[in-house]
Design a binder for this molecule. Structure first.
Ligand SMILES: [Ca+2]
Ligand SMILES: [Ca+2]
Ligand SMILES: [Ca+2]
Length: 337
């Protein structure tokens, strides 16, 4: 971990200029392949050696697991703890909460999901900043854990301990480079967002822009807001994203300050789209597209790909997608790709 890493993007200095873009919920099947931009291919994951360890909890017949993984970029270890009524949950019983401790290249990140309240809390003791080696390890973890769990059997019937660990692996496979964790990040599941009727997209303003002060034109400094407004919209409720024979297009919005403010455009998504755009996790995943497919994950994918970047300016899109990674309904069991 590089604790001295400084984001090149200065947060909080931007003022809102215009509310740009509006959701278009129109979905179009069988779009021309030419509408799919030639995104830069995602960097393939490094190979990793993943081991599941026997745990003390296993002796108590729980569903919890632990293990570690080594890759050329570093090491990771993990441990889950399932709880009900403050005690270790028995095997086969859905727990009220699950804790997951990850140690990534020596840095501890603790997670706790509470299913009744719909919250996930991420805690660190020391400030943690995700550097390139951490990202490489986490990207390998998505692959290796996904493969291991898939080999173990039916991913639809995984206990919550494995389900939560796997969701975190998917989330961290797309974590922004330079993402800081400290000391507590509370993620709340957003209520399902109503799909708004389609509306025209406003043009993007030029930044910086000139205004007439009465004494001549004055150049106004760039103003750009990292706009909040994530939701919890399941793309699978809108179109069969698992069908890799049909192309779907849909409006997606993001900002990338200071280059541009919040704006929308039509993009392809689903199993047939480049790198499974819209899936909450890098690429199509190990198990043929299995995952949560949500609007906020689509917006984050598009931000990353448009700017060929995992840097901080797509960080707010990552934050808005966090509840979708953690709580989104899972679709596409071995049907995609
Ligand atoms: Ca969300
Ligand atoms: Ca994705
Ligand atoms: Ca952004």
């Amino acid at each position: 971990m590089n604790s001295s890493f400084r984001s090149i993007f200065v947060a909080g200095a931007c003022a809102s200029l215009l509310v740009l873009g509006a959701w278009q919920s129109r979905d179009v099947a069988a779009a021309s392949p030419s509408t799919d931009p030639a995104y830069a291919p995602e960097v393939p994951a490094e190979p990793g050696q993943l081991r599941m360890r026997a745990t003390a909890a296993k002796a108590l017949a729980s569903d919890d697991i632990a293990g570690d993984m080594r890759t050329p970029s570093g090491a990771l270890s993990f441990q889950t703890t399932s709880l009900s009524a403050g005690k270790a949950a028995a095997a086969g019983v859905a727990p009220e909460r699950v804790r997951v401790r990850l140690e990534v290249n020596g840095a501890l990140i603790d997670h706790e999901i509470d299913y009744a309240s719909g919250t996930m809390i991420v805690r660190t003791v020391e400030r943690v900043v995700i550097d390139e080696a951490d990202r490489a390890v986490l990207r390998s973890f998505q692959n290796e854990l996904g493969r291991a769990l898939s080999d173990q059997g039916d991913m639809q019937r995984m206990p919550k301990s494995k389900d939560f660990l796997w969701r975190l692996a998917e989330m961290y496979s797309e974590v922004p480079l330079g993402r800081k964790f400290a000391p507590e990040w509370v993620v709340r599941r957003d209520d399902a967002t109503k799909i708004e009727p389609s509306a025209p997209t406003l043009p993007e303003p030029r930044l910086p822009f000139a205004r007439d002060t009465g004494k001549g034109l004055e150049v106004v400094a760039a103003a750009c807001a990292e706009r909040s407004g994530g939701g919890f919209t399941n793309l699978r409720d809108i179109a069969n994203v698992c069908d890799d024979d049909v192309a779907f297009t849909r409006s997606s919005s993001h900002d990338y300050c200071p280059a541009h403010g919040y704006s929308a455009k039509s993009v392809r998504y689903g199993c047939s789209a480049s790198s499974c755009a819209g899936r909450c996790g890098a690429g199509c995943g190990v198990a043929d597209g299995v995952g949560a497919w949500y609007q906020d994950c689509l917006d984050h994918d598009v931000c990353n790909r448009d700017h060929n970047s995992q840097l901080g300016a797509c960080g707010d899109e990552f934050n808005e997608a966090a509840d979708d990674y953690a709580f989104g309904s899972i679709s596409c069991y071995t049907t995609c790709g």
